[in-house]
Write a protein of this length. Structure first.
Length: 706
C-alpha cells in the first residue's frame, strides 16, 4: 500500500515472525546464544521465556534457518491439554504416522524413530512454542522422552518456548526432575528507548529505506506507548506509515503517532504485553531535533546544523544527521549521518582526498605518540603490514591523534616495523612463525590493542597500503551507535589518484559499489564491534587467506550484520588483489577464490564459486577447446583434401577464439565506462587475468590436498 511512496521494497513492520527482519537487541542476542549453545553442546532441555510479542517465535524461526541438514527438527505451536495425545503431536511434528495406535505403540514408534535418526548421524530437535499451555502431566511425559538415549548420547533435544508463566510452571515441586535437566535458559525482556530507535531504523533499512522516516520525537512516543514490546511497536509504526501515506507526508512526526495512539486506544484494539514500563520515563522533547528540520522542510526554509564534535554528542537532539525530503530520481543518501536533499542541507560535502603520500599525511596529522591518548576515544586502530615494499607511515598518521594504534606485520618486515615505531604506533613483537598468517597477525594486533586501550568499543583494521579518510572513524562510530545489530562496517575505497577503485572483475566491482547489508567486506579494512569480534574468537589463525571473509560469515551466522555505508573509508595505494606484478597478483586472486570456495562454497554463501568457475572456463576449458578445434579442423582439411591448407584452418580457428577474448574485453570496458582510460586497462586485465587465476586455483587445490 505505502511501500512505493516511502521507497520500500516490502512492509517493514509486519507482525508475522520473519527471521530476515530480526533485530538483535541485547537480550535477543543473548537468548539466541543460549539456544545455539544448547543445540551445539547437547544441553538436553533449553528454555526461552518472554512477554507476549517480544520476539520469541522469530528467534525460533531464525534458529530453524541456521540448523543444517544434520538435524531433524519438529516445531509444534498449539499443544494444549485435552487436544489429543502428546505423543501423537510429536509424531505429527516429525512427519511420522500416528493415527489409530495405542499409547504404547506411539511411544515405541517414536523411540524407533529417534534411534533410526541417530544411526543416520542426525540430531533430533523438538521445539514446542507456547509451552506454557502444557499440563504438568505433558511436561513429565516430555521428561520421559528425554530419557531415551544411546549409551552416553541423548537422542532428543528439547526446546521449550513460552510466556513468563512457563517459568512458574517449571518451578513446581512435582516438576523438579524436569527443571534439573534444563541445560540453558533465558528470559527475553522488552526493548529500552535506545533499542526501540535502533529497532525501527533496522527494519526500515532491511525493507530498503535509504533515509530517516520517523522523527526523534515520534520514535520516543512509540517507545513510551509500546513499553518496548516489538509486536506493539510494529502495530504502531505500521499504522503510522498508513496515516502518513494517506496525508502524503514523507516524514512520520510525533503528531501522526499521537493520532495513531488515540485512535487505537479509543476505537481499536491496542494490546500491551504488561503494565510494567520497559524503559525509563522519556524526557520531554525540546524544540530541536528532527521535527524542527521536518517543519522547516515543509516551509522551504534552510538550516545548517552544527557538526557534532565527538561520539559522546551522538544523541544530541539538535542534529541527528537526517532530514525530511521529497524523493526525486537523482536524490541519494551520502552515508550514515548525512542525507542528500534539496530542501534541507544537513551536512557539508565530504572533503575529497586527492593525494596519497606520507609527507601530505604528516602535514594533515602532526607526529603523534601512542602515549598521548584520550580515554574517551572508543575506537582503536590495527594496521596490518603485508609485503616487503609496503610503508605503514601514511596509514598510521591517517588515524589521527588521541587513538591507540598498533602495527603488526605478517611475517618478517623489519623496515616497515621501524617506520611504524618512528610514526608512533605500538609494534607487536612476535616470531615470524607465530605471525605467519593474516589471521594470527590480526588477532595479535587486537590483543595488543586491548592491552593498551581496554576501554575501546570498536577496532578499525587497516592494511598498511591504505590511509583512512579524515571523517571516516567519527562517521562509523555514529553509525554503529545507532545500529547495534551491525558488527562489521565498511565504507567505500578510492585509489591513491583519487579515482574510483577498480576491482579485478565486474562481479567484485558490482559488489564493492553496493551499500547496505553485504555478505562480507571486500578488503581487510573495516571497523568492527569489539564485543562481537571477541564473541566469535576473532580471526581463524589457520587460514592461508580469506580470513576476513570467513570472520564476516561466522558473525552473520550468529545473527550479526555486515554493512557497507556510502561514506568514503580509505584510499588505497596497494593493489587490492595483492602485491607484485600482474601475474603474481592475479595468481593470488585465483588462489584466494578457490581457497574461499573450499571454506564456504556451499549454500547460501557460495563464496568464490562463480570466480573459480570463470577462471576454470576462460583460463583452461575455452582455450583448450579452441586448440582442440584447431587441430581437428586442420586434420579434417588434410584428410578431406580441402583447398584450404590445414595450417590456415587451424590458425583461423585460433584467431576466432582470440576474437572472443577481444569481444569480452570490449564488453567489460563498456560496462565499466568506455570513456575512462582506466576502464580499458582494467577490462584487459580482468579477461587475460583468468589464465593466472586458473593456475592460482590449481595451487589452492594442491595446497589443500597436502
Amino acid at each position: 500500500m505505502y511501500e512505493q511512496f516511502f521507497g520500500l521494497t516490502e512492509k517493514p513492520f509486519s507482525i508475522q515472525p520473519d527471521p530476515s527482519f530480526l533485530y538483535w537487541g541485547r537480550t535477543h542476542r543473548l537468548a539466541y546464544a543460549m539456544l545455539e549453545y544448547g543445540v551445539l553442546n547437547h544441553a538436553g532441555i533449553s528454555v526461552v521465556t518472554g512477554e507476549v510479542g517480544c520476539g520469541k517465535t522469530t528467534l525460533i524461526h531464525r534458529l530453524l534457518d541456521q540448523l543444517s541438514d544434520t538435524h531433524s527438527v519438529a516445531l509444534i505451536s498449539n499443544i494444549q491439554e485435552g487436544r489429543g495425545d502428546l505423543l501423537s503431536w510429536v509424531l505429527m511434528g516429525f512427519g511420522q504416522p500416528f493415527a489409530g495406535k495405542s499409547h504404547v505403540e506411539l511411544f515405541s514408534q517414536l523411540q524407533d524413530f529417534f534411534i533410526a535418526e541417530y544411526a543416520k548421524g542426525r540430531r533430533v530437535v523438538l521445539i514446542i512454542d507456547e509451552a506454557q499451555n502444557l499440563s504438568t502431566d505433558m511436561l513429565e511425559e516430555l521428561r520421559l522422552l528425554s530419557n531415551i538415549n544411546a549409551g552416553k548420547d541423548q537422542l532428543l533435544q528439547l526446546i521449550l518456548v513460552g510466556q513468563p508463566q512457563l517459568k512458574d510452571l517449571l518451578n513446581k515441586p512435582e516438576l523438579l526432575q524436569l527443571a534439573q535437566r534444563v541445560g540453558s535458559d533465558f528470559h527475553l525482556t522488552p526493548l529500552n528507548k535506545e533499542e526501540v530507535r535502533a529497532y525501527i531504523e533496522t527494519r526500515l533499512a532491511i525493507a530498503g529505506c535509504r533515509r530517516r522516516v520517523f522523527t526523534d520525537r515520534a520514535v520516543d512516543l512509540v517507545a513510551e506507548q509500546s513499553n518496548g514490546v516489538p509486536r506493539v511497536i510494529n502495530i504502531i509504526a505500521d499504522t503510522a506509515l498508513v496515516y502518513a501515506f494517506s496525508a502524503e507526508d514523507l516524514v512520520v512526526g510525533v503528531e501522526i503517532v499521537r493520532n495513531v495512539i488515540r485512535d487505537k486506544t479509543e476505537f481499536g484494539v491496542f494490546g500491551l504485553a504488561s503494565d510494567k514500563r520497559a524503559a525509563p520515563p522519556l524526557r520531554a522533547a525540546d524544540n530541536g531535533g528532527i521535527d524542527a528540520f521536518a517543519d522547516q522542510a515543509v516551509r522551504g526554509e534552510r538550516k545548517k546544523p552544527a557538526r557534532k564534535a565527538s561520539y559522546e554528542d551522538e544523541n544530541d537532539d539538535d542534529d541527528d544527521g537526517w532530514s525530511a525530503r521529497r524523493a526525486e530520481p537523482d536524490d541519494k543518501a551520502d552515508g550514515p549521518g548525512t542525507a542528500s536533499t534539496r530542501a534541507v542541507p544537513v551536512a557539508d560535502v565530504k572533503t575529497q582526498v586527492t593525494a596519497y603520500t606520507a609527507a601530505e599525511a604528516e602535514r594533515a596529522a602532526p607526529r603523534r605518540s601512542v602515549e598521548v591518548r584520550e580515554e574517551s576515544s572508543v575506537t582503536g586502530v590495527v594496521v596490518v603490514g603485508v609485503g616487503k615494499k609496503v610503508s605503514p607511515e601514511a596509514a598510521i598518521r591517517s588515524a589521527g591523534d588521541g587513538r591507540a594504534i598498533v602495527f603488526v606485520a605478517v611475517g618478517a618486515l623489519p623496515e616497515a616495523t621501524a617506520i611504524a615505531r618512528k610514526a608512533g604506533a605500538v609494534v607487536v613483537e612476535g616470531s615470524d612463525h607465530a605471525l605467519n598468517t593474516g589471521g594470527r597477525a590480526r588477532n595479535a594486533g587486537y590483543r595488543q590493542l586491548k592491552k593498551i586501550a581496554p576501554h575501546i568499543k570498536y577496532v578499525q583494521f587497516l592494511d598498511a597500503g591504505c590511509a583512512l579518510d579524515p571523517d571516516w572513524i567519527s562517521t562509523a562510530e555514529g553509525f554503529m551507535a545507532r545500529r547495534p545489530e551491525v558488527s562489521v562496517l565498511e565504507g567505500f575505497l578510492k585509489s591513491h589518484t583519487g579515482a574510483k577503485t577498480l576491482f579485478p572483475n565486474l562481479r567484485m566491482q558490482k559488489n564493492a559499489e553496493q551499500d547496505g547489508e553485504i555478505q562480507s567486506v571486500v578488503t581487510g579494512a573495516a571497523l568492527m564491534r569489539a564485543e562481537t569480534f571477541e564473541a566469535v574468537g576473532g580471526y581463524r589463525g589457520d587460514l592461508l587467506t580469506s580470513e576476513t571473509e570467513d570472520l564476516c560469515i561466522r558473525l552473520r551466522r550468529r545473527g550479526a550484520r555486515v554493512w557497507r555505508c556510502s561514506a568514503e573509508m580509505a584510499i588505497c595505494r596497494q593493489p587490492l588483489s595483492g602485491s607484485g606484478g600482474f601475474w603474481r597478483r592475479r595468481y593470488a586472486q585465483g588462489f584466494k577464490n578457490a581457497y574461499s570456495m573450499s571454506l564456504h562454497g556451499g549454500h547460501p554463501e557460495r563464496l568464490g564459486v562463480a570466480e573459480t568457475a570463470f577462471a576454470a572456463f576462460w583460463g583452461l576449458l575455452f582455450p583448450l577447446g579452441v586448440v582442440i578445434a584447431a587441430m581437428l579442423g586442420g586434420a579434417a582439411s588434410y584428410l578431406l583434401v580441402l583447398p584450404v591448407p590445414p595450417m590456415l584452418v587451424g590458425a583461423g580457428v585460433i584467431a576466432l577464439g582470440a576474437g572472443v577474448y577481444v569481444l569480452n574485453i570490449l564488453v567489460s570496458a563498456l560496462m565499466r565506462g568506455p570513456f575512462r582510460p582506466s576502464s580499458w586497462g582494467a577490462a584487459t586485465a580482468a579477461v587475460l587475468g583468468r589464465f593466472p587465476e586458473f593456475f592460482g586455483a590449481c595451487g589452492a587445490w594442491l595446497r589443500r590436498k597436502q
